[in-house]
Every structure is written in C-alpha cells, then in structure tokens.
Design a protein around this ligand. Structure first.
Ligand SMILES: Nc1nc2c(ncn2[C@@H]2O[C@H](COP(=O)(O)OP(=O)(O)OP(=O)(O)O)[C@@H](O)[C@H]2O)c(=O)[nH]1
Ligand SMILES: [Mg+2]
Length: 236
C-alpha cells in the first residue's frame, strides 16, 4: 500500500492544489469548523470545483494560495472490522491528503482517549504516522472546555491550535498554521508570458507563489514558485 499511496500523493502534487482533510471523533465539531473556515469570505465560487464532492470546498491561505478543505465522517471508538472496511475510502482519503486537521472536542470528558482512538483507526489503514499527512491537532470547543484540560492537552499535543468553531476564537491562528504546513509549490520559474496568455498569469497567482511580476514589451515577466505541471506549460 505504501508505494501506491506515495505515487498517488506525488501525482497529486504535480498538478493539483494542496488538500486539507478535517477528521476526528464524531461530534468533535468538524463540520462546524469547515463552515467557519470557508464561510467567512475566504471561499470563492469556482466552476472548476463544481464537480467535486459537496463536502470538498475550495479555500485559500491568508497569503492567497489555493487549497481544498474536506469534511469526513466522524470516528467512533472500537470501530468494528466491517465498519473499518466500509470507511476505508474515507480513511484512505485522509491518507492521501497533504494535511490532516485532527479536530478534538476539548470539552469532552476523555479527549485523550478520543485522540488515540482516531489515530488507531487511521493507523490501521496506514493513514497516520510518518507516511501520512502532516497532522495539526485542533482543540475545539474552547468556549466550553475546562481551561486546565486545554493546558493539559496543549502540553501533550505540541503545536496544537485552540479554537472555538462556535465563537470563532483561534481561527486566525489556525489559518496561519494551515498556511505554514501546506506544501509550497516546488518549481521556481522566471518566464515572460505573452499578453495573450493572461490565463496562465492568473493560474500562477491562484495556485503558485508570486515572487515578482513586471510588464515588458513582450509580455508579463513572472518570477514564481509553481507546480511542475504549470511550470511545464509556462516554459513550453
Ligand atoms: N460549544 C461549542 N459547541 C460546538 C463547537 N463546535 C461544534 N459545536 C457543537 O458540537 C456539535 C457537533 O458539531 P458538528 O460540527 O456537527 O460535529 P462533527 O464533528 O461534524 O460531527 P459528526 O459529523 O457527527 O462526526 C454541534 O451541536 C455543534 O453546534 C464549539 O466550538 N463550541
Ligand atoms: Mg460532521
């Protein structure tokens, strides 16, 4: 399974925008978080994404890089083997993502138990650990959680982010954290794009990281980091 997954991840990297999957124990607040993260104007309607599953939404980092955010089915403790089979595609979707937002209900009586239950299930299908996505633990429901429990979880889960999908607290910090861990486009290009190919310049802006642009007699000179696929088109 590992080589197959690695190949899929590499092929995604070549062209597509980075993917962030929201997973976690049932009732942790995953769907609420997705709505919060995508409902505040960061999301743009884009016909390109009209055919995606409705739980996949387009979003962008504060510095303007496109990404997808997807919601998943909640986990429950001791998922029976047959259910693991049924959830396999959801679980594999997590494994193929670039980033896993592991949402935790910090106001639950046993958040640590839920964290390990989720990780155990993901590990069963190879979607957690060194080969899996970068995991960001999101300690949700901080509006009603015991602050001492939140501190305890923060000590245990280094790098986690404290939020409330209900009040919106911590969401800016979470957006910044996502921007930090989402992979950056790999190829540095320095090209002059003819003015007739404004579409290419737009794609550099929406999917790449622009270092500089300059208008010349021949077209727009663009220095940027982009995906290998876009780099190939720009240099063709
Ligand atoms: N107090 C509080 N309640 C929250 C917060 N986030 C979500 N909730 C509530 O928690 C419940 C579950 O929220 P959902 O967003 O449906 O949780 P989920 O993880 O998507 O649940 P499943 O899809 O069933 O696994 C709802 O009643 C939400 O209103 C929060 O930050 N604070
Ligand atoms: Mg949900």
């Amino acid at each position: 399974m590992r080589p197959a997954r690695e190949t899929r991840r590499q092929s995604r990297r070549r062209g597509a925008v980075p993917s962030v999957v929201i997973a976690g124990y049932t009732n942790a607040g995953k769907s609420s978080l997705l709505n919060r993260l995508t409902g505040a104007g960061v999301l743009v309607e884009d016909a390109l994404f009209a055919t995606l599953d409705p739980t996949v939404r387009k979003a962008q980092t504060p510095d303007g890089r496109a990404l997808t955010l997807s919601d998943t089915v909640g986990f429950v403790r001791s998922l029976p083997t047959q259910l693991v089979e049924a959830f396999r595609s959801t679980l594999e979707e997590v494994g193929e993502a670039d980033v896993l937002l592991h949402v935790v209900d910090a106001s639950h009586p046993d958040p640590e138990g839920q964290i390990s239950a989720v990780r155990d299930v993901l590990a069963e299908v190879g979607s957690h650990g060194d080969d899996g996505p970068v995991e960001v633990v999101v300690l949700n429901k901080c509006d009603q959680a015991d602050p001492e429990v939140v501190s305890r979880l923060l000590r245990r889960e280094r790098g986690s982010v404290v939020v409330s999908a209900r009040t919106g607290e911590g969401l800016e910090a979470l957006r910044e954290r996502i921007a930090e861990v989402v992979p950056h486009p790999e190829v540095l290009v320095d090209v002059v794009v003819p003015y007739s190919r404004g579409d290419l310049v737009s794609r550099v802006h929406s999917t790449g990281e622009v270092v500089s642009t300059e208008h010349t007699a021949e077209g727009t000179r663009v220095v940027a980091r982009v995906s290998p696929d876009l780099a190939a088109e720009l240099t063709a």
